[in-house]
Every structure is written in structure tokens, then in C-alpha cells.
Design a protein around this ligand. Structure first.
Ligand code: SDX
Length: 376
């Protein structure tokens, strides 16, 4: 009789060759390559190739992958009109989840889930996520849509469609690093959701739609928006100490801190902290960065002993703000990148599938009588 483990904490529920995480040492590797190396030397497109193929591409293989991805940037006919029929007030994460699901209706064989079909569908969805988000954001701002530019990288094309102008090399690189850092992270809740759904031999669209639903939760990918709301709520740098201590006293969680696996610094937070510092300086947002580092100092003093450190969401908030993204686009950014990791896990699950079907420990009554209505 196996014992009940709440939240499956510490339970190994899958094997993967994609991300290695050591929560005690603060190590994250994608197919064995340290995340710091990749964020410094790789690109998001190359990282997705690495995650899907378990090795870095040769020059011609990367060029071929880029062609496969970039040639799919355009939305299928009719999708843009469907986007612009949505309420302008709709939340971008709900829009992304809905439109990824809708993409299945533009696929002649939506249910094909052999490994190669899954790879092509994953490309189809990953390549179009930027247009879904950028088109919706411009539509709700009353701006005309900007068609994708297949000559641009994944990162540059998104910023181009969002802002109507090509990004500076600095902004493109900063955004590309964010995409690398968010691409995969072991069996987090949304990745588990994707694997559970595809394990029934359902389709890639359903599995990614389920993962999107999980990611938006404030305990997961939704935290980056929570961090920004917190930074906006704190009236000044001097008010940080009282604000943080007040929340801790009320047992309220500080968004962007803590992690189920990391009990030391999340290596992604370290990389994003550097990026945030540079971008805050370049864009005149130093106060945001100083507030963030002040929060980190106070949390270090108050709760580091409990293994609570900044996670990936803490400094990504300042980074995305400095790149010029609206607050409710932060989680969609996380999702856009994690579509790469989720797809890799879907392909991995299909390679060696076993239906996920854990047990629930029944703790209710037995042999209970059926009480007639007039006696209840
Ligand atoms: C992501 O799994 C992944 O890999 C996820 C992710 C990925 O790449 O996919 O890394 C991305 O989701 C990062 C996490 C983003 N979420 C947040 O920033 C939300 C705030 N964080 C917390 O909700 C929390 O830290 C979790 C959910 C992330 C992890 O929580 P656990 O493992 O369930 O830990 P817990 O809630 O049981 O907390 C243990 C203790 C508690 O104190 P006690 O009751 O023991 O006294 O630590 C405290 C908690 O109150 N605590 C916090 C805290 N997080 C935990 N206290 C204040 N602020 C926090 N943020």
C-alpha cells in the first residue's frame, strides 16, 4: 500500500533527459549544459533544438530548424479575425490558451500523435504563439496588426510584431535570454499537466492547452505578474521594509520567492538579476530594481533560513517591464518560452508512454445506507 504524498512532493513521476535540477546546489542544466552557459552563449531557437533533440545542432541543422520555425510565424487564415472578435478586456493568458486550442481546427490531422507529428505540431504552435499575443495586444490597444517577419529571430519577431518596430540588438538579446531561461524546468506543475494529458494518447493541442491553464496560476508562472503588482504597490524604496515585514507577519507569500525544489538561489534568478540591473539602468527604471534588491535583502535576513530565495519570477518582472511589456503580458512571455519545454516533454512522453493513473486514498465512509428523501 503506497503512502499518500500531498502535492506529490519529492515523488519521481517521470524520467527526462531535458532538464537537470539540483535544488540544494542551485544547479539547472539543459541536456547537461549549465543554464549560465546557455544564457550567455546560446539563443532560444538553438535551445529549443537542444531540448527536442538532446544535442546542440550543427550549423546547417540550426539553419534548417530556423527555417522550419520562422516559416510558420503566420497565423492560419481567419485566426486574426477570430482574435479581433474577442472582448478587448480579455486576459492575454485566457486568449493564448483559447487560441492555442483553436489552432487545432486549422490542422488536418489534429489527433496524430506519433513522435514526428507531435514535433511538427509543436513547431506549428510555438511559431504562432508570438503572433497570437502580439496581435491581441495591438488589437486591444486600437493599433493595426503587424505581420510577422520571417527574416527575424523568434525573439526579434515577437518584439517587432508587438511594437511595430524592430528591437535594438540589446533588447532582442535581453528578450532572447529571458526565453532561454524560461524554456524548461523538470516536472513543474504545467509540464506534469502536459505529460498527464498526452499520456492518454490525446493530442498535442489538448496537452499544451492544459499546460497553459496550469501555468497561469499565481503559485506558478502567474507569479511574475504578482511581483510587478507588488513592486507597483510599494510607494517608495523607504517603504519596502515595512511592506515586506507586514506581509510576512500576516503570513502572506511574497511573490517571486520560494520554490518547491530550490532551497537556495534559483540560478535563473541570478541571471535575470544581472539582466534586470542592466536594463533598469538603460531604461531609467532604477527605482524598480532598487526596490527588488531591497526586498531580496530583507527576505534574506528574515526567511533565507527557511530556504526561501528569489525564483525565476522575481527579477523577470523588472526585466519584462524594462523591455516595455505590459504587466498582463508577463505570464504569456513565460508561456511562450515554456511551449518549447512542454513540447519536448510531450515528445519524450510519446517516446516511452505509460498512462498516468495514480491512486487516491479513500478516507470516506463504507457500507453507508441510502436514506430516503423524506428521512434526510
Ligand atoms: C515557478 O516547479 C517549478 O519548477 C516552477 C518554476 C518553473 O520554472 O516551472 O520554477 C516556476 O512556478 C516558480 C514559483 C513561482 N511562485 C511564486 O513565486 C509564488 C510564491 N511562492 C510560494 O507560493 C511557494 O514558495 C511555492 C508555491 C513556489 C513553493 O511552495 P511549497 O514548496 O509548497 O512551500 P510551502 O508553501 O509549503 O512553504 C514552506 C514554508 C511555509 O512557511 P511555514 O508554514 O512552514 O512557516 O515557506 C513559506 C511558507 O509560508 N513560504 C513563503 C513563501 N514561499 C514559501 N513565505 C513567504 N513568501 C513566500 N514566497
Amino acid at each position: 500500500m503506497s503512502t499518500f504524498v500531498k502535492g506529490l512532493e519529492g515523488v519521481v513521476a517521470a524520467q527526462t533527459e531535458m532538464s537537470f535540477i539540483d535544488g540544494q546546489q542551485g544547479i539547472l542544466e539543459y541536456v547537461g549544459i549549465p543554464i549560465g552557459e546557455l544564457s550567455e552563449k546560446s539563443t532560444f531557437e538553438e535551445t529549443v533544438y537542444l531540448l527536442w533533440n538532446r544535442r546542440l545542432p550543427k550549423k546547417d541543422e540550426l539553419a534548417q530548424f530556423q527555417r522550419e520555425l520562422r516559416s510558420r510565424y503566420y497565423l492560419p487564415a481567419g485566426m486574426a479575425n477570430r482574435l479581433m472578435a474577442l472582448p478587448m478586456k480579455a486576459e492575454p493568458m485566457h486568449v493564448l490558451r483559447t487560441m492555442v486550442s483553436a489552432l487545432s481546427m486549422h490542422d488536418e490531422h489534429p489527433d496524430a500523435n506519433d513522435v514526428e507529428s507531435a514535433r511538427i505540431k509543436s513547431l506549428f504552435i510555438l511559431a504562432r504563439a508570438p503572433a497570437i499575443i502580439a496581435h491581441f495586444d495591438r488589437y486591444r490597444r486600437g493599433l493595426h496588426l503587424i505581420e510577422p517577419d520571417p527574416s527575424l529571430s523568434f525573439a526579434a519577431n515577437f518584439l517587432y510584431m508587438l511594437n511595430g518596430e524592430k528591437p535594438t540588438p540589446t533588447m532582442e538579446r535581453a528578450f532572447d535570454i529571458c526565453m532561454i531561461l524560461h524554456a524548461d524546468h523538470g516536472l513543474n506543475n504545467s509540464t506534469f499537466a502536459a505529460r498527464v494529458i498526452i499520456s492518454t494518447m490525446s493530442d498535442v493541442y489538448s496537452a499544451l492547452t492544459g499546460a497553459l491553464g496550469s501555468l497561469r496560476g499565481p503559485l506558478h508562472g502567474g507569479a511574475n505578474e504578482g511581483v510587478m503588482k507588488m513592486l507597483n504597490e510599494i510607494p517608495s524604496i523607504d517603504a519596502v521594509e515595512d511592506y515586506v515585514k507586514g506581509k510576512l507577519e500576516r503570513k502572506e507569500k511574497i511573490m517571486g520567492f520560494g520554490h518547491r525544489v530550490y532551497k537556495t538561489r534559483d540560478p535563473r534568478a541570478l541571471a535575470l538579476k544581472k539582466l534586470a540591473a542592466q536594463l533598469a539602468k538603460d531604461t531609467g527604471n532604477e527605482e524598480l530594481y532598487i526596490k527588488s534588491s531591497r526586498i531580496e535583502e530583507i527576505m534574506e535576513r528574515e526567511v533565507a533560513a527557511k530556504g526561501i530565495y528569489p525564483n525565476v519570477d522575481f527579477y523577470s518582472a523588472t526585466t519584462y517591464h524594462c523591455i516595455g511589456l505590459r504587466l498582463d503580458l508577463f505570464t504569456p512571455m513565460f508561456a511562450m518560452s515554456r511551449l518549447g519545454g512542454w513540447s519536448g516533454h510531450i515528445i519524450e512522453q510519446l517516446h516511452d508512454n505509460r498512462l498516468f493513473r495514480p491512486k487516491a486514498e479513500y478516507i470516506g465512509p463504507h457500507n453507508a445506507p441510502y436514506i430516503p428523501m423524506d428521512q434526510r
